[in-house]
Design a protein around this ligand. Structure first.
Ligand code: ATP
Ligand code: LTN
Length: 329
């Protein structure tokens, strides 16, 4: 039997090239090597307030973008998390074996908590729900960007603790980072991760940005006071632009060095902008085709959920049985 791969993205805003290079591009490349499940994690998105109408739209946009990026729904399941209720059910069962100290140590939790005066319990529980997404399907491999590595370690800790308390139940999932592009930085602030929730106009290139917007954002990207690329002294902004180019072009470190060493920043930016525009064009074209038939998208989402539900039911039944909670004989 093929091993399983699972990953997810929150429908919390516009998908950007960081999400694509860190996660989706990798999913598409490995999908046929596994039994693949890709989730639109709406229950994670609501850990911070989302306008209901926007969230509804974002879920559909994200599903269409998964397909537009090359997720093949004939092979891979595209699942809206809330449509398979066992995600939430398993999350509760796992909450009961998770020490709160483990959750309070999460970097993402600490960063989000620092921004708010009162903090929702959902933000603290967020990684337990993520562990549930993964363990529900006994996924072996989880392709994500670098920022999720700590949540995956926690997932393994939770699985291990459950297994030692109640007997071998869960597969230990492995983190799979892309070789290039695991952490794309903001174009305007190259010391911060590119993020959907950042507000700066020039922060991120969205997958659906028109070519002229992409060019403008990249031409305005923050660099440093040097005039040209010097591999002996790369600033964060220039390094980020080179990484974006390399991840889209799929070339080696040596090829990048020989192509760009000594190049003026203006010319580097033009080349980066062109490869981004060229790479996103077919995705944008497919996106327009997919969104032209909403029934098709609904059918994919329904069929995918129906396909994975039996696995989810079996895992929750096993976990409940192991824990001794009531189940009909
Ligand atoms: P938010 O700003 O709302 O936290 P996000 O941009 O971090 O959103 P997520 O939905 O949290 O996006 O992430 C989806 C996937 O994209 C995850 O696998 C994550 O690791 C990856 N990812 C997110 N940002 C980046 C980035 N800057 N570089 C590489 N991968 C990224
Ligand atoms: N927390 C992840 C999204 C996510 C996820 C998952 C990723 C939710 N459940 C399961 C991989 C596997 C994020 O990118 N912010």
């Amino acid at each position: 039997m093929k091993k399983r791969v699972l990953s997810g993205v929150q429908p919390s805003g516009n998908l950007h090239i960081g999400n694509y290079l860190g996660a989706l591009k990798n999913w598409v490349e490995i999908q046929y090597d596994y039994e693949s499940i890709f989730c639109i994690v709406d229950l994670h998105a609501i850990t911070v307030y989302q306008k209901p109408e926007e969230l509804r739209n974002n879920i559909r946009t994200l599903a269409a973008l998964f397909l537009a990026c090359g997720v093949d729904p004939k092979h891979s399941a595209v699942v809206v998390q809330s449509t398979v209720k066992q995600h939430a059910e398993l999350a509760w069962l796992l909450t009961c074996v998770t020490p709160v100290g483990w959750l309070e140590r999460m970097t993402q939790y600490k960063a989000k908590a620092a921004l708010q005066e009162t903090i929702g319990d959902g933000i603290l529980q967020y990684p337990v729900l993520m562990a549930a997404d993964i363990l529900l399907y006994q996924a072996h491999v989880v392709p994500v960007g670098d920022d999720q590595a700590q949540h995956l370690e926690l997932t393994r800790d939770i699985a291990q603790r459950f297994n030692s308390l109640y007997g071998e139940t869960f597969v230990m999932p492995e983190t799979k980072l892309p070789a290039v592009g695991a952490r794309i930085m903001g174009l305007d602030e190259p010391d911060k991760k590119m993020s959907k929730s950042a507000t700066g106009a020039g922060h991120a290139v969205a997958l659906l940005d028109p070519p002229e917007v992409i060019r403008k954002k990249i031409m305005r990207a923050t660099t440093d006071s040097n005039p040209a690329v010097d591999f002996a002294a790369l600033g964060a902004g220039v390094r980020n632009l080179l990484t974006i180019y390399q991840a889209f072009a799929g070339c080696t470190d040596e090829q990048i060095r020989s192509r760009f060493e000594g190049m003026r920043y203006g010319d580097l930016k033009k080349q980066v902008a062109e490869i981004v525009v060229e790479s996103l064009a077919p995705i944008q074209q497919r996106y327009r085709e997919i969104t032209a038939s909403p029934e098709y998208l609904d059918a994919v989402l329904e069929e995918s959920a129906a396909r994975v539900r039996p696995v989810a039911e079996a895992t929750v039944a096993l976990v409940k049985d192991r824990m001794g909670v009531y189940s009909r004989r």
